[in-house]
Design a protein around this ligand. Structure first.
Ligand SMILES: *Cc1c(COP(=O)(O)O)cnc(C)c1O
Length: 544
């Protein structure tokens, strides 16, 4: 690659060309486009090199803070991107990359995303989005229907009502959780007699008016870190995040009730219980039905964070696992996780179409009163037409298609759990409820570890922790496959957290053969490790 790129001239004529003219067929950018649309996975396997390059090394390519003065030709810039960026990206389509919640996308999203960018609609107001606004409202209605299944008259009444909205589309689960709990805060500390509500009067006046010290949000320790951000931006203070220990990976209703009561007896008010439908780390589902009753008893909001697991509702086989979700006041779902929509597609869905009015804002030049502008009740301002990608996916897959994908992922997770269980040198740490599981390498010689005397157990677990970290890093760096890792408390080992491999079976292209290859690779990495060798017995060389 040439160091000094050919510079284009600084002229309006050149810029006008850049704005309006496509690249020649033989230009780099045109070639990239063609390759992408002909065969995406071939493009990725050719251009994303699985080379070991340290982050420090890569940073050197991105170390110049000076803005270039002269324009660069598009094609020459595209070459830089291929070389410095694409080559050092992650091939999320690889079927052996089973550590992330976002993976391969269906093909149609490529041309659709071009259409989306081409139209460049802004959903903040109808003036700049026209048909996209009704489309987004319909899409939110479909997702509402998936959770709450109201009758036709309900949707006819509310789908396009200027004074209601069935949800808020946003960039992801984090913003969705913030939006839901923002609404909850404004409802719980709402207008009352001469008090104009927390949204107008602020928290200090709200606490004074309601005669409370604090408001709190409760979730299990497996709650997503976005809840911490939420409680921070809402001004409630992180100390009021009641994170309950969860050795069984779920929020126990009787603990929730007890802690909630104690908190309220101390002069505080519970703002919300957050039930999780598919925890990020282990994929567990809280007992939503019972937690809804606890929230009811405490007089607080019930939010369900189904960012990852919400799509399970498409499956007639597994949707029962989310029983009680229909009792939630609000639900977060990420379409960019198990619904295979490109990133930037999250939602909060409201049970009551009037809920979102608690955060309604107006402005004179847009979002006028009585308008159907979606921006009046969303946290974000300018927003693209991402809802189109979800709208199209819902039609192109249909409920039946999504059910197949969800069922396949969960069944493959169960198969993977069997493979792990069948090998004496692996330990399945958490069973898959949905399609996430955790496990680790633990030599057969330590199969009685969970029953050992606690000091000995802690000591051995520490060794295994560093082994897990080391194997995970080496596997990642080798670049053929990827599993993630996390630290969790599990019942078998008391309150001391252990480090585990975390697997998310999301990519429909992943096969049982890929999973066997991943386990084999881990066995061959660990066999060379001195800690492992110190456990006396080498692992069996091949799995199953
Ligand atoms: C992924 C996830 C989030 C956050 O969603 P983003 O789209 O990453 O902002 C929140 N909660 C849960 C349970 C998640 O899995």
């Amino acid at each position: 690659m040439a160091k000094d790129r050919a510079k284009a001239e600084v002229s309006l004529e050149h810029l006008f060309r850049v704005f309006t003219k496509p690249e020649n067929d033989d230009s780099t950018l045109a070639k990239i486009e063609k390759h992408l649309s002909d065969n995406l996975s071939d493009f990725l396997s050719q251009h994303v090199v699985a080379k070991k390059t340290s982050l420090e090394e890569i940073e050197k390519d991105f170390s110049n803070a000076a803005i270039p003065v002269a324009p660069e030709f598009v094609s020459s810039h595209a070459e830089t991107l291929l070389d410095k960026l694409v080559a050092q990206s992650v091939n999320t389509y690889a079927p052996t990359f089973i550590g992330h919640m976002t993976s391969a996308l269906p093909y149609f999203h490529l041309p659709l995303s071009k259409l989306l960018v081409g139209l460049n609609q802004n959903l903040v107001k109808i003036e700049t989005s026209k048909a996209f606004t009704p489309l987004e409202r319909q899409t939110l209605g479909m997702m509402h229907n998936l959770i709450y299944a109201q009758d036709e008259a309900f949707y006819e009444k509310y789908l396009h009502s200027a004074r209601h909205s069935l949800g808020a589309f946003c960039s992801g689960g984090t913003i969705a959780n913030i939006t839901a709990l923002w609404v909850a805060r404004n409802k719980i500390l709402g207008p009352d007699k001469d008090f104009r509500g927390v949204g107008n009067a602020g928290l200090v006046n709200a606490y004074r008016h309601y005669n409370i010290n604090n408001i709190g949000i409760m979730a299990s320790r497996r709650g997503h870190y976005s809840l911490g951000k939420t409680i921070d931006v809402l001004g409630i203070g992180r100390e009021n995040m009641l994170s309950l220990p969860s050795p069984n990976q779920v929020l126990e209703p009787k603990d929730a009730l007890r802690v909630g009561r104690e908190y309220q007896d101390d002069g505080n008010k519970m703002l919300a219980i957050v039930g999780i439908a598919g925890t990020t780390e282990t994929g567990h589902v809280d007992p939503l039905d019972e937690l809804a009753d606890v929230a009811n008893e405490l007089g607080c909001w019930f939010h369900v964070d189904a960012a990852w697991g919400g799509a399970t509702l498409f499956s007639d086989v597994y949707r029962d696992k989310l029983k009680g979700i229909e009792k939630a006041d609000s639900v977060t779902i990420d379409a960019h996780k198990q619904m295979y929509v490109p990133m930037g597609a999250g939602m909060t869905i409201f049970k009551d179409p009037a809920h979102s009015n608690a955060v309604r804002h107006h402005a004179q030049y847009i979002l006028r009163e009585g308008s159907k502008d979606l921006g009046a009740t969303t946290l974000e301002g300018s927003r693209n037409g991402m809802a189109m990608m979800l709208y199209s996916s819902l039609h192109i897959f249909g409920k039946g298609g999504y059910q197949l994908l969800i069922d396949r992922s969960i069944q493959l997770a169960h198969r993977f759990a069997e493979l792990i269980n069948s090998h004496p040198d692996f330990e399945l740490v958490t069973e898959p409820t949905l399609s996430i599981l955790t496990y680790r390498l633990r030599p057969a010689t330590l199969s009685a570890l969970s029953t050992m005397h606690s000091q000995k157990q802690i000591e051995l677990n520490k060794k295994l922790d560093s082994l897990t970290v080391s194997v995970q890093k080496q596997q990642r760096e080798a670049g053929k496959s990827f599993v993630s890792r996390t630290r969790i408390e599990v019942n078998q080992y008391g309150s001391v957290p252990i480090t585990v491999f975390r697997v998310v079976l999301a990519n429909p292209l992943t096969t049982e053969k890929d999973l066997l290859a991943i386990l084999d690779e881990q066995l061959s990495i660990v066999a060379k490790h001195s800690i492992w060798q110190s456990f006396a017995e080498l692992p069996e060389s091949k799995i199953a």
